[in-house]
Design a protein around this ligand. Structure first.
Ligand code: FES
Ligand code: FES
Length: 152
């Protein structure tokens, strides 16, 4: 079945079953591999993208559920002022270790700051609680989000 989905401002015609996860469409069909596969069950956050600005687990989001939505992925988040500020803070704070979780971390952080420009520590912890990092970068993630918030 054909679906038209809008990703990073461009429309793509996708021929796939309606229950195909958005993550598979991004990685396997469109070859946009910045969004990562971790658990495939909505539990780790590695696959986080924005659907109409909301941080969303693409591994459990079927393409027939996102008709008409604006999808933003890690490939385009730097084009937004919030995303660019987060990327700068990530570099300044040397957040990344192996990097596997980091696309999802940045997408969750960008959604947080877009809706709450000056989050408290508990706001940050709540918003980021679904993003698992096996390298334990949580402290630097929080510091980078605070830096990005201060620069807004
Ligand atoms: S791969 Fe989607 S939440 Fe883990
Ligand atoms: S940086 Fe390695 S899993 Fe988070």
């Amino acid at each position: 079945m054909a679906f038209t989905i809008k990703i990073n401002g461009s429309e793509h015609s996708i021929d796939a079953d309606g229950d195909t996860p958005l993550l598979w469409v991004l990685r396997d069909i469109l070859e946009m591999t910045g969004t990562k596969f971790g658990c495939g069950m909505g539990l780790c956050g590695a696959c986080t993208v924005h659907v109409d600005g909301i941080a969303t687990r693409s591994c459990i989001t079927s393409i027939d559920s996102i008709a008409g939505a604006e999808i933003t992925t890690i490939e385009a988040i730097g084009a937004t002022a919030t995303g660019a500020g987060i990327q700068k803070a990530w570099l300044d704070r040397e957040v990344v270790q192996c990097g596997y979780c980091q696309s999802g971390q940045i997408m969750s952080a960008a959604a947080l700051l877009a809706s709450n420009p000056h989050p408290t520590d508990s706001d940050i912890d709540e918003a980021m609680s679904g993003n698992i990092c096996r390298c334990g970068t949580y402290g630097r993630v929080r510091a980078a989000i605070k830096q990005a918030a201060q620069s807004k």
